[in-house]
Design a protein around this ligand. Structure first.
Ligand code: IPE
Ligand code: IPE
Ligand code: MG
Length: 253
């Protein structure tokens, strides 16, 4: 039985068929700024605002996990002032989270190689982790210095070390067992992956986890991405038939 939301702006999102986990590649910040004659940093600031707004939207809809790509292992190739600006924005965001997440009931988790971040940023992340451990409910995951290949390598190294220490048996390794070595350990795989910004590629995002995710691409630049746009992605997802390699599900008699 489909229950159609009344308060939802689209009026068409089936609240009984929501994805549990939505992943987003937050792309198009730079072009958004360029179009307005603004520095790229203004685009990243506007993009951070969109993330805040959509996090609240997901939580209110009843989606359990929103995972966003904030900075990739490849993004270090950008000019130093852009990278510094993004890291500074993150610090500001984390200060804000520390003040509000408990009250709002929002958990926050970071996925990626955090070892190269500044001690200040790492301390702030530790603080949000500590607060998150006391909260239940909606969780936002921020992929930071994250690369899908880096994640798999990192996991493979850790697994190999455990084998050498006699704690694991290589021949007994399962997909589930390997998943526990990933940065995303314990998270369900994303049901829906959204990429705004016009590009139709995965850019080294959640390579293992998106094996059976539904993909939604659109041209809207991330800072312009609205709740209505998010509804469109959800509706598209709800019209997909997920078979996972099997056959179409017959209706239950
Ligand atoms: C995504 O927006 C944010 C990061 C990669 C940090 P971009 O900065 O890639 O924006 P475009 O793609 O240049 O417009
Ligand atoms: C992907 O966007 C990374 C993030 C959104 C953080 P990019 O802008 O870095 O991806 P490419 O370079 O277009 O593939
Ligand atoms: Mg980009």
């Amino acid at each position: 039985m489909g229950l159609f939301s009344k308060e939802n702006k689209a009026g068409q999102v089936d609240l009984n068929n929501l994805p549990c986990h939505v992943a987003v590649i937050m792309d198009g910040n730079g072009r958004w700024a360029q179009k307005r004659g603004l520095p790229r940093s203004a685009g990243h600031k506007a993009g951070a605002e969109t993330f805040r707004k959509l996090g609240t939207y997901c939580k209110n809809l009843g989606i359990d996990y929103l995972t966003v790509y904030a900075f990739s292992t490849e993004n270090w190739k950008r000019p130093k002032d852009e990278v510094d600006g993004i890291m500074h924005l993150l610090e500001q965001y984390l200060h804000e989270c520390i003040d509000t997440m408990e009250k709002d009931g929002n958990r926050l988790r970071f996925l990626g190689d955090l070892s190269v971040l500044t001690p200040e940023l790492r301390e702030l992340i530790d603080e949000t982790n500590e607060i998150s451990s006391r909260i239940e409910g909606f969780q936002a995951n921020v992929c930071l210095n994250y690369g899908g290949r880096d994640e798999i390598l990192h996991a493979a190294r850790a697994f190999a070390r455990d084998c050498a220490a006699g704690e694991q048996d290589a021949d007994a390794l399962t997909e589930e067992g390997f998943s526990r070595y990933l940065y995303s350990s314990g998270l369900p795989d994303p049901d829906l992956l959204i990429r705004p910004g016009g590009e139709k590629r995965i850019s080294n995002y959640l390579l293992w986890q998106c094996a059976y995710s539904e993909f939604y691409f659109c041209d809207t630049l991330w800072p312009d991405f609205t709740e209505r746009e998010f509804d469109k992605a959800l509706i598209a997802y709800q019209h997909r038939e997920r078979r996972f390699g099997g056959l179409k599900q017959e209706k239950q008699k």
